[in-house]
Design a protein around this ligand. Sequence first.
Ligand code: ZN
Length: 273
Amino acid sequence: MDELDERLKQAAQILYASKHNVVLTGAGISVESGIPDFRSPGGLWERYDIMEYGTISAFRSDPEKVWKMLSEMEDVVRKARPNAAHKALAQLERWGVLDVVITQNIDGLHQDAGSGNVIEFHGNSKTLTCLWCHRRYGIDEVGETCSPRCECGRYLKPDVVLFGEAIPADALNRSFGAASSCGALLVIGTSAQVAPASTIPVVAKRAGAVVIEINLAPSLLTSQTTDVFLQGRAASLVPALVERVGEILGDQGRAVDGGKPAGANASCGPPDA
Ligand SMILES: [Zn+2]
């Protein structure tokens, strides 16, 4: 048995044995859904200067200019579909082995895959708000125009957290509440470089959680915070991990699959193998 397989089994056993498990996801889980990491070479932040296009003050002073970047982002997100990793996490939740997904992504793919309890740490791109009159719109209400406006005539802003904007208080409180009371934290596809999300694993660890990390390369967490490091693609390792949890549940005589998923999204099948 190779080392990775051994670690997958170890991680699955931890998830099975722990209560109130939490997942923290970042850009790496959505790459194989067609959304490149905005920070990677060729990503959004290489082509658009963050200070010029990515901050709330840039949006307030020249929303039309910032919408050049936002419409490109919306276009990529609109076409994306959940991959095997998103679907596997939804399955883990249906089995009662996962309580909550905290995501730094704004793509809504966890919900699309069937996850019911998702905290969007950096907001989402499915709704837009007018900063002036506070009216809120769904993405379908504004169509595919490249810089949608409110009824009041001002530009709308997608509910994604821009640089310089506060993390929504509810998301912040719920995330740190979950982190400080979880048995295991599964970190997927994030190098944990952007605060305050980057401190979630540290908070969980200090509170006694076991930290499992799935990343393409070692991160800032790997040597200091992580207990079990699984190196590789999220779209292959997350389903592999969830499959092993399923084997343990099966061995323990607990219902696995076969039955109907308890989640709202009944059309979502078991994780892709
Ligand atoms: Zn308005």
